[in-house]
Design a protein around this ligand. Structure first.
Ligand SMILES: [Zn+2]
Length: 450
């Protein structure tokens, strides 16, 4: 069978089972997109972590395709999500900075996955858990139901910082899941697209119930190890909430009619490369979990080839037989991978522009960062004030944790990737943008961005 044939079989799987059609299953498949904020791939069991953080996601991966080397286009939340939802890199969709203030929302003319699906008659609903993915950034485009109601479902929580009022900026995974389940229960038929975003692991603020904290003892009494244990506990709680979503799909008879996609927006430093949060472009911040599961008989497989989160939109457009956007996409369909075909690695591009200004005590504070990764060699270019400041080159096959900068030892590879980066013409205006509005500043303070 050709790739196209295999793909058609996969897309129509529940309909045809590659054979006799079943009348009662006719009609488009549904789509459930789950985005995991701040989750680095190596903290999931199915990516090799041994602490039992993600039994639900491990089970999902075991019935779908797990991409071992998926790269995010950015290490900050709205920028990375905009790429997932448009199939475009930031320099094409023009949402390039968290801290740019007004005018840095996804432009209205961009075509999003939700708009494409709504145009095809899907009921579309988004349930988000934090301010950086809200209407302010334009990420609600195309959603008929849009739930960013943090005020009524969060409130003050007790955290590492003491009592924190998260009411205006974020909510815990159970609150978001409750809303999504209520919407699923109230549906009246027809295909749907639901996007559920979880934010818990972003900070030690949205603490999970005590039994989750008790399950993950810190490796030592150090503050850093205590925070790492909380990160694991928060991830385990998110995983359990995803279990509620998947269970409800089963109870509603929708499991075999729904494609489930799980993807991270970026990872987290957790101390690697001297960085706790995110915003810079090492692999612990860019390599994200990415799983495409269902419907049966989707194959259980692991793909080791380098792919990108911008590839998701064209993949889903192909699986759901949507009309492609008029403008060319940066992403390419992963359909051949899903059908089991071996493919060449894809060059991954990532950027971080004006997003380090929040770290004003860091020597990186004024930098903007640009990276390209061909699946083995990765170049990170730091620029400041419009000029090149530093080049780093890593051989990910020999040094996956990026501990040895080979820019001087391998000038051939550094020059090759530098030319590829420059060919993208991605270097933008850098430096301070218009001042951040006070309301935005206040809301970003709560999630810990500033
Ligand atoms: Zn994020």
């Amino acid at each position: 069978m050709t790739h196209a044939g295999l793909l058609a079989c996969l897309a129509a799987a529940a309909l045809l089972h590659c054979g006799a059609p079943r009348e009662r299953d006719a009609g488009p498949l549904n789509l459930l997109l789950i985005t995991l904020d701040t989750v680095r791939a190596d903290r999931l069991g199915c990516y090799g972590y041994g602490r039992g953080t993600t039994p639900v996601l491990d089970g999902l991966a075991a019935r779908g395709t797990l991409f071992e080397q998926a790269s995010a286009s950015s290490a900050v939340t709205p920028v990375s999500h905009a790429s997932i939802l448009t199939g475009l890199y930031p320099y094409h969709n023009r949402l390039r900075s968290l801290h740019g203030g007004a005018g840095y929302a996804l432009p209205e003319e961009q075509r999003t996955l939700a708009e494409m699906l709504a145009a095809r008659g899907f009921a579309t609903a988004g349930f988000v858990s934090a301010f950086p993915v809200t209407r302010h950034y334009g990420l609600d485009q195309g959603f008929q139901t849009w739930d960013q109601d943090f005020q009524s479902s969060a409130g003050a929580v007790v955290s590492e910082r003491g009592v924190v009022d998260t009411g205006s900026a974020q909510r815990r995974a159970d609150a978001t899941t409750d809303r999504a389940l209520a919407w699923l229960d109230g549906r009246t038929g027809g295909p749907f697209f639901a996007w559920v975003h979880y934010f818990d692991v972003h900070d030690p603020i949205l603490l999970p119930p005590a039994e989750y904290l008790a399950r993950f003892a810190p490796a030592s009494a150090s503050h850093a190890d205590r925070l790492r244990a909380i990160y694991d506990a928060e991830l385990a709680f998110v995983d359990a909430q995803i279990g509620r979503l998947l269970d409800r799909l089963g109870e509603l008879g929708l499991r075999d009619r729904t494609i489930v996609v799980v993807v991270g927006d970026h990872g987290q430093g957790l101390g690697d490369h001297g960085w706790w949060g995110h915003g810079i472009l090492y692999q612990e911040q860019l390599r994200v979990p990415m799983i495409v599961a269902g419907p049966p008989p989707a194959r259980a497989q692991r793909v080791r080839t380098s792919v990108r989160t911008v590839d998701l939109l064209p993949t889903l457009a192909e699986l759901l037989q949507l009309d492609p956007p008029e403008a060319p996409l940066d992403g390419e369909s992963l359909g051949a991978f899903l059908a089991g075909s071996r493919q060449l690695p894809r060059m991954a591009y990532s950027e971080s522009i004006n997003d380090l200004m929040a770290y004003d005590d860091s020597p990186r504070a004024g930098e903007s960062l640009f990276a390209v990764n061909d699946g083995r060699w990765k170049l990170i270019a730091a620029r400041e004030g419009g000029a090149s400041k530093r080049i780093e080159l890593f051989d990910l096959s020999a040094d996956p944790t990026e501990s040895r900068n080979l820019a001087e030892a391998r000038p051939d590879q550094a020059e090759r990737l530098r030319r590829q980066l420059e060919a993208l013409a991605v270097f933008p205006v850098e430096g301070p943008q218009e001042p951040l509005p006070e309301e935005v500043r206040r809301r970003l303070e709560s999630p810990g961005y500033l």
